[in-house]
Design a protein. Structure first.
Length: 599
């Protein structure tokens, strides 16, 4: 009997992940998707899979939400149904687990149970197609299967479910769980008192539906994932370990005295600083902020001493934690087109399998690449090493081969993204990857940060030839700064500019003056633009700036390359390239990174 090609996928994905108030929600949502996909993949059988490719017979850690497999035609539908059922069983296990845990804090009643059942049942739409390979090759079978799957997804029916009452805090769309005769705020205030601040904000300010409660209370949520504040302050914390461990310990004792039993650990293995990074920000140390985040302050009179100890820590480290962090998405360029090209080769199935293995092998390297870049930007501590702290590995939310979602401190974000894109091109020959980076304040809404990163990704994907990055900086004032560049033109120049500003070889006025003049200078011929850059560098460069003329030449070449990557402006019949304007934005961003987002 002939074989058949099976393709299975499920939705919703992006909206499910994006419904998050904390990074832990984002991580749990992502890992729930992985668990569902893995359950289906295991039912199909690793040996049958073409995508994702098993490595050494095992499924990858992060299984994507689309599966491609070669199966026996006679049992193809049976395998598809079994995979469908396995996925739903795993979802049922996760929701049952969360419901059981919630029962320790509040006893559900009929109203609560009705809301839970309505929201957890029918959430997932699972699509699969099987196409016989009898009489046709892999290329034709795969193309037929993909076309059928696309048509099937377009014909899906969206269920209309009424969601009355107060909505949940994560999606803002579904009814928040509560019991009969009890408001949602009262209900979740009671849960928060029992579950503690590590799970919920107090006083009913976080109200969850069944989906959000599953993310927050299933076992996948038990893994400690750093908060946005911890990520923003991660490089400062590593510097404090290296330069001022005694002062860090002194501050830890002071804040423990002030908060008392209200303080809670997020990294139990870390004896020097086991707490959330928000406590490294001076503005957190107010009764109001601590009441909101920690449900109270045991000894308010001790807060002033804690503030003094933290200020002393800043002085010894000679820095403050950056209030900004980055979220970035990295995605392979034109993956569909690449697969279509592979299918035109003499052995298309072998080529597809090889491509899948390359993606899987890249995914195994992602954590190490992130660790290496974090350690390069922020050298490891002496005593205890970086393993005692927070390194790049812990920022990773999803790693699906050609699709990576991760977070990073401001100082390490662009180097991490650039290193991952370089590694992708090396491990997946003939392919490139682009990234969208959003730099936001650590108190900025997480869903808006994710949306900004996705929007930046779209800008990067719009660069001719791709292999590009786009960065959007969202100032707390609301001011936006967006820039793009191909990786090849970015090179090491951005890192060099950050270093020039950080070491005082360039004054901040260089960035300001370039930004003010760029709209005029950009219309000049390339040689005249380089001359203008040279003049500004000589004016604002310190004596320690070696060879400003060469630097002007490099910046001029980058601006010239950006002319072809940024939409030009039209003034009457004239078309004015905007490369120098875009370069000025990159220079402003370099200064922003060098100053830790303080300016």
């Amino acid at each position: 009997m002939a074989d058949a090609l099976l393709i299975l996928t499920f939705t919703p994905v992006q909206s499910f992940i994006a419904e998050a108030r904390r990074i832990s929600d984002l991580y749990a949502g992502s890992q729930i998707l992985v668990q569902l996909a893995k359950a289906a993949a295991q039912e199909i059988g690793a040996a049958r899979l073409i995508y994702p490719a098993p490595l050494d017979g095992a499924l990858p850690d992060d299984v994507p939400n689309i599966l491609v497999a070669r199966v026996d035609e006679g049992s193809a539908e049976e395998i598809a149904h079994a995979a469908h059922d396995a996925l739903l069983r795993r979802w049922q296990q996760l929701t049952d687990e969360a419901r059981h845990r919630l029962a320790a804090y509040v006893q559900p009643d009929k109203t609560w149970a009705e809301i839970w059942g309505r929201q957890t049942e029918g959430l997932w739409q699972i699509f699969w197609v099987t196409v016989s390979m009898d009489g046709q090759g892999y290329r034709e079978t795969y193309q037929t299967a993909r076309a059928a799957l696309t048509a099937l997804k377009r014909s899906r029916i969206f269920p209309q479910v009424q969601e009355p009452g107060v909505k949940d805090s994560l999606s803002g769309k579904r009814q928040a769980l509560h019991r009969g005769g009890e408001s949602a705020r009262e209900h979740w205030a009671n849960v928060a008192r029992r579950a503690g601040p590590s799970r919920l904000r107090p006083a009913g300010r976080e109200r969850l539906d069944a989906i959000g409660a599953t993310k927050r209370f299933c076992s996948l949520a038990d893994k400690s994932f750093p908060s946005t504040s911890s990520i923003a302050s991660a490089d400062f914390l590593e510097m404090a370990r290296r330069k001022a461990s005694g002062q860090l310990s002194s501050y830890r004792r002071a804040i423990e005295e002030a908060l008392g039993s209200h303080i809670y650990k997020v990294r139990h293995y870390d004896h020097l600083w086991p707490y959330d990074g928000d406590l490294l920000f001076l503005e957190t140390l107010t009764v109001e902020r601590l009441q909101d985040s920690y449900h109270g302050v045991a000894r308010p009179e001790k807060l002033e001493m804690a503030r003094d100890r933290l200020l002393h820590l800043y002085r010894v480290v000679k820095a403050r934690p950056s209030p900004y962090y980055a979220v970035f998405v990295l995605d392979g360029d034109s993956m569909g087109a690449h697969i279509r090209e592979l299918l035109e080769r003499p052995n298309p199935e072998d080529e597809h399998r090889r491509f899948s293995r390359q993606l899987a092998e890249f995914a195994t390297e992602v954590p190490q690449v992130m660790d290496k870049e974090f350690s390069r930007v922020v050298p490891a501590t002496g005593a205890g090493g970086s393993g005692a702290g927070l390194n790049g590995r812990h920022f990773l939310v999803y790693n699906g081969g050609d699709d990576v979602l991760t977070f990073a401190p401001l100082s390490a974000a662009l180097p991490m993204a650039q290193a991952l894109a370089r590694t992708f091109s090396q491990r997946v020959p003939g392919c490139s990857a682009s990234a969208g980076v959003a730099v936001v304040h650590h108190l900025y809404p997480l869903d808006a940060a994710l949306a900004a990163a996705r929007e930046a990704e779209g800008i990067a994907k719009g660069v001719t030839g791709k292999a590009a990055v786009a960065v959007t900086v969202v100032r707390r004032s609301g001011e936006l700064l967006t820039m793009r560049s191909r990786w090849a033109n970015l090179g090491d120049l951005f890192d060099a500019m950050v270093d020039h500003f950080a070491q005082g070889r360039l004054s901040s006025r260089f960035a300001h003056d370039l930004a003010e003049r760029a709209s005029t200078i950009t219309a000049l011929p390339p040689d005249a633009r380089r001359a203008a850059l040279k003049q500004l560098l000589h004016r604002h460069g310190a004596e320690t700036l070696v060879d400003p003329d060469s630097l002007a030449g490099l910046l001029g070449e980058w601006a010239q390359a950006l002319d072809g990557q940024v939409p030009p402006e039209k003034a009457g019949d004239a078309v004015i390239p905007q490369g120098l304007v875009e370069l000025a934005r990159w220079v402003l961003f370099a200064r922003f990174v060098a100053q830790g987002g303080a300016a």
